[in-house]
Write a protein that binds this ligand. Structure first.
Ligand SMILES: NC(=O)C1=CN([C@@H]2O[C@H](COP(=O)(O)OP(=O)(O)OC[C@H]3O[C@@H](n4cnc5c(N)ncnc54)[C@H](OP(=O)(O)O)[C@@H]3O)[C@@H](O)[C@H]2O)C=CC1
Ligand SMILES: CC(C)(CO)C(=O)C(=O)O
Length: 331
């Protein structure tokens, strides 16, 4: 089985690393700077907050998709949400009719955009499924990719992802296969409502969660998404020790009680930040439209007020333009 990671950056290189550790055949489609960093450092180094330190080399590295680029049986797309609809031509070229394409984006909307883009250019359908990275990955120097929080990759259950799971299990690694990805996508979005707040506060997640005011904002943003899910009857998977519905209450607790009750939530790398923080630092467009803005849009559809998520979106739009934002102005 030939595997490609399309858009290998933070999560894509970490995923490639785990698949290579599982002795699978993995090629990367990536930017020139990533290719150079991997070749200069003789491979990708995976590290984790739990002490992992492992170097692996991809089977091939491509910076362009050309007529003679091979076809792949399984393609993981690890681009940012707003980048996925632009690669439909390349996805068709890299796949055959029996290939599986796994979209690994956070938030809502990417799957529909890719489906539409592929349907516009080809009458031959491809199997499009979803996956999720539940943990944080930080891209460091020397082609090093650091896992900062707990969790394992989740993919929709298909014959190709079953082969991946078997290989990972044989190598002492694991991933989860899900029959229904929808609750996982909705449940993950609840956690990703913090991405923007993390970017605005500009401190590591662990430090951010020790601030009562930011926890309050996160709690209110989560309450809005939970209200939308309840009204729209959207099921939410549980990513934390406590039920999603309890998170706003726990986040609203005073500092001492919160620290006591949220042990697992705080058991993360002290340096871990959100991917949106990385985007803001790199002056890149963020995924806000697929995260907090998606909550606002669904809220409108189901007549649920979402003022906090709307204020967070406005804050991020300012940051994207280089205008500083004070967290206090969001409440
Ligand atoms: N980072 C994290 O910790 C986590 C991220 N996620 C989610 O995973 C998804 C991917 O995020 P992440 O891995 O951080 O993203 P990255 O930006 O780190 O990786 C995407 C990479 O693809 C490159 N790229 C863009 N377009 C192309 C193209 N046409 N051809 C080849 N390469 C291309 C980008 O380059 P360039 O920068 O030049 O555009 C970048 O290097 C997002 O939806 C994110 O929300 C989920 C959990 C954790
Ligand atoms: C894992 C988590 C929630 C970390 O913030 C994330 O998904 C991200 O950074 O995009």
């Amino acid at each position: 089985m030939k595997i490609a990671i399309f858009g290998a950056g933070s999560t894509g290189c970490y995923l490639a690393g785990e698949l290579l550790m599982a002795k699978l055949d993995v090629s990367l489609i990536c930017r020139e700077r990533i290719k150079r960093s991997i070749t200069d450092n003789q491979g990708i180094t995976l590290t984790s907050y739990q002490g992992l330190h492992q170097k692996v080399m991809p089977n091939a590295l491509f910076t362009e998709v050309e007529a003679d680029t091979p076809k792949f049986d399984l393609i993981f797309v690890t681009l940012k949400c707003h980048q996925v609809s632009e690669i439909s031509e390349q996805l068709l070229q890299l796949s055959h009719q029996k290939s599986t394409i796994v979209l690994m984006q956070n938030g809502l909307g990417s799957l529909d955009e890719v489906k539409q883009a592929l349907a516009n250019i080809s009458a031959q359908p491809r199997l499009l499924i979803q996956g999720i990275t539940p943990f944080n990955v930080l891209q460091k120097e020397h082609a090093t990719f650091h896992k900062g929080t707990e969790g394992e990759f989740i993919f929709a259950n298909t014959p190709h992802t079953q082969t991946v799971q078997q290989a990972m299990l044989s190598a002492g690694l694991s991933c989860t296969l899900a029959e229904d990805m929808a609750p996982i996508i909705y449940g993950k979005l609840l956690l990703n409502l913090n991405n923007a707040l993390n970017a605005i506060t500009d401190v590591p997640i662990k430090q951010q969660l020790s601030q009562k005011q930011t926890r309050k904002l996160l709690s209110l943003a989560m309450k809005e998404w939970l209200a939308v899910c309840q009204k729209a009857r959207l099921p939410l998977a549980q990513f934390t020790k406590v039920k999603p519905q309890w998170l706003p209450l726990i986040l609203s607790l005073p500092d001492g009680l919160f620290t006591l009750l949220a042990k697992q939530m705080l058991d993360i790398d002290p340096q871990a930040r959100s991917s949106m923080w990385e985007d803001i630092q790199a002056k890149r467009k963020t995924e806000i439209d697929y995260l907090n803005q998606a909550v606002v849009e669904l809220g409108k559809q189901y007549q649920v007020n979402t003022p906090i998520n709307a204020a967070i979106c406005a804050g991020i739009k300012k940051l994207e333009q280089g205008i500083p934002v004070d967290i206090a102005e969001l409440l």
